[in-house]
Design a protein around this ligand. Structure first.
Ligand code: DQA
Length: 149
């Protein structure tokens, strides 16, 4: 940690079926479990003076509530809305509550896949998007949030 780093709080949100990472289409999403990924991210974040909370849900309403509850409590949000990326006006609207950096992450390159994955409801309200870089995308998102604060 650099002495100049002010402590930050960041929330990482993962959407439906990402709790199945490791078992789910490993050729596409890799063999690491979400638990392993989250543990490594927490340690990585700590080194940059970021306190990280990782949250996953398969339910749209739970994701919306988590985004709402984070208002005023975090300095940045990293979100992989998974399948809700392509459908959820509710998640998009909840993200609009925030005036902090919001980074949308996808493990796979959604633009190389089926056409229905090419549109993100979230990208129009996110600060930026990282897609196709696997787990590395989460690390890059945290680094970006660190650099933006
Ligand atoms: C995903 C891409 C989505 O299209 C898909 O529904 C997911 C994962 C990704 O990380 O590549 O569940 O968000």
């Amino acid at each position: 940690m650099k002495p100049s780093h002010k402590p930050l709080k960041v929330l990482v949100i993962n959407g439906p079926n990402l709790n199945m990472l490791g078992k789910r289409e490993p050729e596409l999403y890799g063999s690491d479990t979400l638990e392993d990924i989250s543990k490594r991210l927490v340690a990585f974040a700590k080194d940059m003076a970021i306190t990280l909370e990782c949250f996953q849900s398969n339910y749209e309403g739970a994701l919306v509530e988590k985004i709402q509850e984070a208002m005023g409590h975090v300095d940045g949000l990293v979100i992989n809305p998974a399948a809700y990326t392509h459908t959820s006006v509710a998640i998009r609207d909840a993200l609009l509550l925030h005036k902090i950096p919001v980074i949308e992450v996808h493990l796979s390159n959604i633009y190389k896949r089926e056409e229905f994955r090419h549109h993100s409801m979230v990208s129009g309200v996110a600060t930026g998007q990282i897609a196709g870089l696997g787990v590395q995308g989460y690390y890059l998102a945290l680094t970006a949030i660190r650099n933006m604060n």
